[in-house]
Design a protein around this ligand. Structure first.
Ligand SMILES: CC(C)(COP(=O)(O)OP(=O)(O)OC[C@H]1O[C@@H](n2cnc3c(N)ncnc32)[C@H](O)[C@@H]1OP(=O)(O)O)[C@@H](O)C(=O)NCCC(=O)NCCSC(=O)/C=C/c1ccc(O)cc1
Length: 380
């Protein structure tokens, strides 16, 4: 029953409006919500009377991520496999959304982080507003940008995806639109009227949906200090194209000595504060993602997240969750402590099957009718 009140459903002729409804927890996705969303999306795909699905959040967030504390409690109690079930359903939902045969319109009128990006960015239309705050903050949490982020971040212009994924930098609505994470920008005061118009669509043809949203779209200028200006993008490309995290930081430090700048200092500080193991596996994940379809990315990320939860190589997820969400001291003690201590062979292990575990299986994603070649799910 909880899942019914945590994901509200409105039926408006051929449109279904789903509202994530845990506003006190910033709509963090718990296991029940993910199962419910998966069940609803699959049912709507089969139902010819449904033409369009709108996803939005109650309160000041669209969704601040996965509901981390319960999974971390399971890990602490030695039950990481319960967490694996959570991620299996979540990644399956991301895959269904990425290959969905009907348009999904996500209204990102607030915080969009981690798992919140996973349930929106893969869909066809992503509407940002003046209230949108987007981030993939996983490296500060001892995790890595997952939910198919190695697919969508690696497809951003130049090396912007590496920058966003490694530093957890926050983007506003204009920046999301500029880099392609959002498809439209609409002022929040117009959202009710837009929603009412979308409910009259009567067709799953994306060009009809696009025409409706276009009528509400506002041109947005980037803020003065945006990381999306050409000058900063050049620095991002020069530095974040480096082969290793150590080389990225050295390149940023060299730039900083030539031209000290708030943005560079903040970026270096963010990298130095994040989990060394997270940074290294994240960089490798985004780089591999450049050459893989969304299904392959999710299958690989599932292996990685199972290693993170199992905690053989590092326990940074539990520590990061403590520092950010439980004690909120924002002072995690990472292990390994330094980037140098995280050797290549340790990184390699995150990308291998979880061996020695009875009953552990790779994530299995079924072929989907409307799978575009670039999104194909195949075995690693
Ligand atoms: C910048 C935020 C989004 C807003 O800050 P704020 O405006 O100062 O608001 P609060 O921090 O006070 O948040 C309001 C409430 O929402 C809760 N909350 C805010 N994000 C969350 C949240 N992801 N979960 C579960 N309660 C939350 C937060 O703990 C707090 O609860 P409470 O102290 O009881 O009032 C801040 O909450 C924040 O940094 N949240 C964490 C964002 C984040 O790292 N998201 C996760 C991305 S990674 C991801 O999705 C992974 C999922 C995962 C799942 C399972 C795993 O084992 C491992 C990973």
């Amino acid at each position: 029953m909880a899942s019914q009140s945590q994901v509200l459903v409105e039926v408006k002729s051929s449109v279904r409006i789903l509202t994530l409804n845990r506003p006190k927890q910033l709509n963090a996705l718990c296991f029940n919500m993910i199962s419910r969303l998966l069940q609803l999306f699959l049912a709507y795909e089969k139902d010819p009377s449904v033409k369009l699905v709108i996803l939005k959040g109650q309160g000041r967030a669209f969704c601040a991520g996965g509901d981390v504390p319960p999974v971390v409690n399971n890990i602490v109690q030695g039950k990481w496999r319960l967490g694996a079930d959570f991620f299996r359903d979540q990644y399956t939902l991301n895959y269904v959304m990425a290959t969905y045969s009907k348009p999904q319109v996500s209204i990102l009128n607030g915080i969009v982080m981690g798992a919140g990006a996973g349930v929106s960015i893969h869909g066809r239309f992503r509407i940002a507003t003046e209230n949108t705050v987007f981030a993939m903050p996983e490296t500060a949490l001892g995790l890595f940008p997952d939910v198919g982020a190695s697919y969508f971040l690696s497809r951003l212009p130049g090396f912007f995806g590496e920058y966003v994924g490694l530093t957890g930098a926050r983007l506003d609505g204009a920046e999301m639109l500029a880099c392609g994470l959002a498809t439209h920008f609409v002022l929040s005061s117009s959202l009710d009227a837009l929603e009412a118009d979308l409910c009259k669509v009567g067709s799953s043809d994306p060009s009809f949906v696009s025409t409706i949203i276009d009528a509400y779209t506002q041109h947005q200028y980037l803020k003065q200090k945006s990381a999306y200006y050409r000058q900063v993008l050049d620095v991002i490309d020069r530095c974040f194209s480096r082969r290793t995290v150590e080389e990225i930081i050295s390149a940023l430090e060299r730039e900083a000595t030539q031209e000290p700048d708030d943005w560079i200092l903040t970026t270096i500080r963010a990298l130095k504060k994040s989990s060394p193991s997270s940074l290294k596996i994240s960089l490798r994940s985004i780089r591999e993602g450049r050459l893989q379809g969304v299904g392959q990315c999710l299958i690989r990320e599932y292996r990685m997240v199972c290693h993170v939860m199992k905690g053989d190589l590092s326990k940074d997820l539990v520590e990061g969750c403590r520092a950010i969400l439980i004690d909120k001291d924002r002072n995690p003690k990472w292990e390994p402590k330094r980037l140098d201590d995280m050797k290549d062979n340790m990184v390699d292990q995150y990308f291998e099957r979880v061996e020695e575990e009875e009953r552990w299986e790779d994530l299995k994603l079924s072929p989907r009718n409307n799978l575009r070649a670039s999104k194909i799910a195949s075995k690693l």
